[in-house]
Design a protein. Structure first.
Length: 254
């Protein structure tokens, strides 16, 4: 048995038996891994708080035969403001699920870890959860090499105007409406989306709180990025449905 420490955020947790939990954590230096938090569901357990979804901790682990064991954790950030609203929780859970879906076990990617943690702090600062989610999607896609090409048309290389443009996940970017038959996996979005994508890409995290996007632009960005992510993952994420459900009854959801 070997012991090690990890700076990690909880992507998801499932109950194990009566008292324990299995955590899927994303660790900065070790990547994604699963660990058992023994007794985490007992009242007063020292591991209870640290095993909450999207909590960021310094963790002490030991290697086990099958799963590693979480032995101790010092919580660095539990994101209390995020937990104040259903929308905050829903989008945080979505960002965890998105990360979980894109990364393989034991494949460290400190840059992606930092991007995720930064997005969680953006959410904690009171930034619109929807803008935060789009910002994180763009960051994740960029780190993983899947950033959509949007500054110019992929076929003719010209800058796109305000007319509708075709976004093709298979091509990985935008094709203008003058370039003939669009690819058949196309989703049509207004040309104005380019300026919003650029704003998200270049935003300093601390400035996102003051950014305002028209409702229509947020809807288009969500549709386009969801379409792109779905193509990359080859499936829809569960928490997308959850977010749609929350949006129907929480007045705080943008
Ligand atoms: Zn073109």
């Amino acid at each position: 048995m070997r012991t090690y420490t990890a700076s990690a955020i909880v992507l998801r947790r499932i109950d194990l038996g009566e008292k324990d939990r299995i955590l899927t954590i994303y660790a900065r230096e070790q990547g994604k891994l699963s660990a058992v938090a023994k007794g985490a569901r007992r009242p007063g357990s020292k591991l209870a708080g640290a095993s909450e979804p999207f909590t960021y901790s310094r963790m002490f682990l030991s290697t086990g035969r099958d799963l590693d064991l979480l032995t101790q954790a010092d919580i660095k950030e539990s994101f209390p403001n995020v937990k104040q609203s259903m929308a905050g929780i829903a989008y945080a859970v979505y960002m965890m699920e998105l990360t979980n879906s894109f990364v393989d076990e034991r494949q460290p990617n400190p840059e992606l870890f930092d991007t995720l943690l930064s997005a969680m702090y953006v959410l904690e600062s009171g930034t619109d959860p929807e803008i935060t989610a789009r910002y994180y999607e763009m960051g994740l896609l960029a780190v993983l090499g899947y950033e959509p090409h949007f500054e110019t048309c992929l076929r003719c290389g010209k800058k796109v105007g305000r007319k509708k443009v075709a976004f093709s996940p298979a091509l990985g970017g935008i094709v203008c409406n003058e370039c003939g038959v669009p690819p058949n996996d196309t989703i049509w979005v207004p040309g104005a989306i380019v300026s919003y994508l650029r704003a998200l890409k270049n935003a300093e995290p601390q400035n996102l709180k003051d950014m305002k996007f028209p409702q229509g632009a947020l809807r288009d960005l969500a549709a386009m990025l969801r379409w792109h992510i779905r193509y990359r993952l080859e499936h829809e994420l569960k928490s997308v449905d959850f977010i749609d459900a929350v949006a129907q009854f929480d007045p705080n959801t943008p």
